[in-house]
Design a protein around this ligand. Structure first.
Ligand code: NI
Length: 167
């Protein structure tokens, strides 16, 4: 397994709408393993393929986090449905160093897609798991937390990122 390089804002791949995954080729199987490894080693609870430079509809997550690593979940071509309730929580993203913001999301969601064996799966989630799923599926639409932030907060982050890029 390889730890992949995480793309950070404003890398254009993060703003692209990702393409569906067809069959699970050996290359896709390897990408899944590498993404899980990358997610855990980066202390993340979720990762979307565009974050490692692959514009594909593929996400990995584990709500138990890098310390526990108890529930790795892989979803290919995830589709969100049955969103109910609303809840605000503070989120951060591996692609947005130092950035965090409060995001209002559905409290309960259902996600359907395919697992790493190509089997149809359905996940009914609430709490942290529901937040992670919605956050990662946003990435597949080319959306990140900056799209949820106020204009002022985004402008301030843009200024910060421009400074980093100069140095
Ligand atoms: Ni993210």
């Amino acid at each position: 397994m390889t730890k992949l390089r995480i793309r950070t804002y404003p890398d254009p791949v993060l703003a692209q709408k990702a393409e569906p995954v067809g069959e699970i080729t050996p290359e896709i199987a390897q990408l899944i393993k590498d993404m899980l490894q990358t997610m855990y080693e980066s202390d993340g609870v979720g990762l979307a393929a565009p974050q490692v430079g692959r514009s594909l509809r593929l996400i990995t997550l584990d709500e138990t986090g890098p310390k526990e690593r108890l529930r790795p979940v892989v979803v290919l071509n995830p589709v969100l449905s049955d969103c109910t309730g609303a809840k605000e929580s503070e989120e951060s993203c591996l692609s947005l160093p130092t950035f965090n913001c409060i995001v209002k999301r559905a409290e309960c969601v259902t996600v359907r897609g395919m697992d790493e064996q190509g089997q149809d799966i359905e996940i009914k989630a609430e709490g942290l798991l529901a937040v992670i799923l919605q956050h990662e599926i946003d990435h597949l639409e080319g959306k990140t937390l900056v799209n949820h932030a106020s204009r002022l907060k985004r402008t301030m982050y843009d200024t910060k990122v421009k400074k980093w890029l100069k140095n």
